[in-house]
Design a binder for this molecule. Structure first.
Ligand code: XIL
Length: 361
């Protein structure tokens, strides 16, 4: 990517919080001082349009650090499909135009998920309706963003948390009506709608040490083999990497898994990295160091044989993270799960992103 084409401003001090998004964006499009050019190739973050609109410092930091974004919720069914008749594309369109006007790529998250479906989807009553709705949704959404959203989480989180058997799959409205074939159907439909898009199977809790992680990874691996055996157009494996700071990363298991995936011709990307610090004790600098070492461990394990191509964190700043709602600390202190702190100062976590991803300036 070429900075001279990009025209970015990193003086958010001049941006009042009340500015409209479009105005803020226009103001951001000036040159970045060399000292602030800290983008790493392939690094990106999940953002919401609401956070970008209400916090100009977030937009500034995204432009400073990221080469790509992914919407946190704007492309999920729960937002996009409040009713069967309508698609609410406005928010996702705005995020895409923010990305494009700042030289960022955008990933799509997600096309099929067991969670965050609107009530009318959960109420679908038979296989015929389920297939019609699923196919129409994927065709409509993927072709709308063809050649613009370069990579899609086609199926998100298909494996249950406590997989007893490699054949275990997480039940969802689609499997209830269509059985296991909902996954190949989703991939084939997405591939037909945008043959160039990278199609990803995305999963979490496959990266750390413990029986639950190992059996979930085994079931995930089993599903991947099934899909490849059936010639399903699967391009990449998304490792979410919602790491728990109080548990060790399974470096050996991850390395082996990643090497195997690559030997099958699949890319491996990091889609939702953050570190849950709910149970971490000690001073802030000690907790930050533990998180950074988890990040170092996972990124070294994945980058073992090939450089990392794409690493997204689920948020950029501790100011805007789902972890604060989902996994608050019992001591009442703020969570610190992300690469920059709530005042946008890079943390040791960010140093690990910098260690493992190539500088682009
Ligand atoms: C989470 C978001 O961060 C929340 O704001 C949302 O309401 C629920 O989903 N794995 C995923 C993401 O694939 O979509 C989840 O995002 C976090 C876990």
């Amino acid at each position: 990517m070429n900075i001279s084409r990009r025209k970015i401003l990193v003086s958010a001090a001049s941006i009042a919080a009340t500015l409209t998004f479009a105005t803020a964006r226009a103001q951001l499009q000036r040159s970045v001082p060399a000292s602030l050019r800290s983008r790493r190739a392939g690094y990106g973050a999940a953002v919401t349009l609401a956070d970008l609109n209400s916090d100009p410092h977030l937009a500034e930091a995204v432009i400073r650090h990221c080469t790509q974004i992914v919407p946190v919720y704007e492309l999920k069914w729960g937002h996009l499909r409040r009713t069967e008749a309508d698609y609410s594309f406005d928010l996702a369109d705005n995020l895409l135009s923010f990305a494009e006007s700042n030289g960022l790529k955008m990933r799509g998250h997600n096309l099929v998920w067991y969670a965050v479906n609107p009530p009318w989807v959960e109420a679908l009553g038979n296989a015929r309706d389920a297939e019609r709705v699923l196919v129409e949704h994927i065709e409509t959404v993927v072709s709308r963003y063809r050649d613009r959203i370069y990579s899609w989480d086609v199926v998100n989180e298909p494996i249950p948390d406590k997989a007893q058997h490699p054949g275990d799959r997480r039940p969802c409205i689609w499997s209830r009506h269509l059985g296991a074939r909902y996954i190949p159907l989703a991939f084939r439909t997405a591939a037909a709608a945008d043959p160039k898009a990278q199609l990803v199977l995305n999963e979490y809790d496959i990266e750390q040490i413990g029986d639950d992680f190992a059996s979930k990874r085994a079931a995930f691996r089993n599903l991947i083999f099934e899909l490849l055996d059936a010639d399903v157009p699967l391009d990449a494996i998304g490792m979410q990497c919602h790491l728990r700071g109080d548990k060790a990363v399974d470096r050996e298991g991850t390395q082996k898994f990643v090497a195997e995936m690559r030997s099958l011709g699949l890319k491996v990307i990091v889609t939702e990295l953050d570190v849950q610090d709910q149970y971490l004790t000690g001073a802030i600098n000690e907790r930050d160091a533990i998180e950074a070492s988890c990040v170092d461990d996972i990124l070294s394990a994945i980058a073992n044989a090939e450089p990392l191509e794409s690493v997204l964190t689920w948020g950029l700043s501790d100011r805007h993270s789902w972890i604060s709602q989902m996994f608050p600390r019992s001591d009442g202190l703020p969570n610190r799960p992300l690469p920059v702190d709530s005042d946008y100062r890079p943390k040791p976590f960010m140093s690990m992103i910098e260690k493992h991803l190539r500088a682009i300036y």
